[in-house]
Design a protein around this ligand. Structure first.
Ligand SMILES: Cc1ncc(COP(=O)(O)O)c(C=O)c1O
Length: 401
């Protein structure tokens, strides 16, 4: 094993990690001692094609040897193509005619969405209604949109104009959406960071109708759910709705930082040159990664893979005696345990060679690469089962021990 890494020059925004990974391939990670792990988190739903996918690696190497950066004052050949593919995927195979701004992260994609909505809505209608427990990023505006007050403590003053209502509650949204003040609703189609909370099937359709009736924009944050992970290209496709703005990031570059904010044409038209920008957004290296990622996802029918593998993962997890419920479509899956020991459970899973995380004290989240094999799913679930069986049964459950 290599000597421990001195992290003292890093800010303490994350707890000290217990493992350092040095390489990966597909759904397998390797640590600095040469030990292999099954990656059922994908860097939080990022590496959907698995680690070191040859198409992405080759596109990056070629592009790095050709041109990394020229600024957005000049064109590059790849960005327009990636934007057109995204427009087609948002239309579920048919071009919508929308337009894209490229950013470098999910929070930046949401910043763009918020600015665009405010510009579109005009003065006095800049308020944005989001949901409790929702997560939209850590920049000041996206933190204000994030419905988790504990994450906001210490960062006053936050930007104004954000309010929250309970997720899944259409009546509360109806009450909050005063069209004189509110320009946009910002919503995750499934709340990922909150623990894979899936709303009722008519919730998004109800929001769409409400927003249309009041002339309010519907912004769908697909940063975690987008690009095949839930078994459709986008989470909102399950609801059959047409959003006004869609944001995405995580899976778009298969690990290379890239975010995107798409808007339907009449909304995108609110931006003029000079209204928004980014030094790095849309630069050739990120675009090369995104193009290779999207081409490969289309080639392998990534949503179908997520559906098929998701059914296997979900049904096997649901059969474990210590799992009381399983949530989430495709490969965004949460297993609810029979007690509040998820944090310790994921630590023991890591020791046993499986990477997952615990978004709630009783919930373990799994987001493996969409290319995960059946054998890897079975091996992962076997590890989960062994680890959970090692905990004392919750009182009164008569658990399997
Ligand atoms: C739904 C959602 N929106 C936004 C973000 C923020 O993305 P980033 O960390 O790339 O800024 C996340 C990250 O987890 C997310 O899950």
């Amino acid at each position: 094993m290599t000597p421990p890494i001195d992290r003292s020059a890093l800010m303490s925004t994350y707890r000290d990690p217990s493992v350092t990974f040095v390489s990966g391939s597909g759904a397998v990670l390797v640590d600095d001692a040469g030990r292999e792990y099954l990656d059922f988190l994908s860097g939080l739903a990022v590496t959907s094609l698995g680690h070191a996918h040859p198409a992405v690696t080759s596109a990056l190497c070629t592009q790095a040897g050709q041109l990394l950066h020229v600024s957005n004052l000049f064109g590059n050949e790849i960005g327009p193509e990636v934007a057109a593919v995204l427009d087609q995927l948002i239309g579920d195979g048919t071009r919508v005619g929308g337009q894209v701004f490229f950013a470098n992260s999910g929070a930046e994609a949401n910043e763009c969405a918020i600015k665009l909505a405010r510009k579109w809505a005009g003065r006095g209608r800049g308020a944005v209604v989001a949901t409790w427990d929702g997560f939209h990023g850590r920049t000041l505006a996206t933190l204000a949109a994030t419905g988790q007050p504990e994450k906001q403590v210490g960062f006053d003053p936050l930007p104004e104009g954000f309010s929250h209502v309970p997720y899944g509650d259409l009546a509360a949204m109806d009450e909050a959406c005063d069209p004189e003040r509110v320009g946009a609703v910002l919503i995750e189609p499934i709340q990922g960071e909150a623990g894979v909370i899936v709303p009722s099937s008519d919730y998004l359709a109800g929001l769409r109708q409400l927003c249309t009736d009041r002339g309010i924009l519907l912004i769908v944050d697909e940063v975690q759910t987008g690009l095949g992970r839930t078994g459709r290209w986008f989470g909102f496709h399950h609801a059959g709705i047409e959003p006004d703005i869609v944001t995405m990031a995580k899976a778009l570059g298969n690990g290379v930082p890239v975010g995107a904010c798409w808007a339907r044409p009449e909304v995108a038209a609110a931006f003029s040159p000079g209204d928004h920008g980014s030094t790095f957004g849309g630069q050739p290296l990120a675009m090369a990664a995104a193009r290779a990622t999207l081409r490969t996802m289309i080639e392998i029918d990534a949503p179908a893979q997520a559906r098929r593998a998701g059914e296997r993962l979900t049904s096997r997890l649901a059969a474990l005696p210590r799992v009381v419920a399983v949530r989430g479509p495709g490969l965004l899956v949460a297993a609810v345990l029979d007690g509040s020991y998820a944090g310790e459970a994921v630590a023991r899973m890591l020791e046993a060679g499986l990477v997952a995380n615990a978004p709630r004290t009783d919930t373990v989240r799994f987001a493996p690469p969409l290319v995960v094999t059946d054998a890897q799913i079975d091996e992962a679930v076997a590890i989960v089962g062994r680890v959970l069986d090692g905990f004392e049964p919750a009182p009164g459950t008569g658990g399997s021990g």
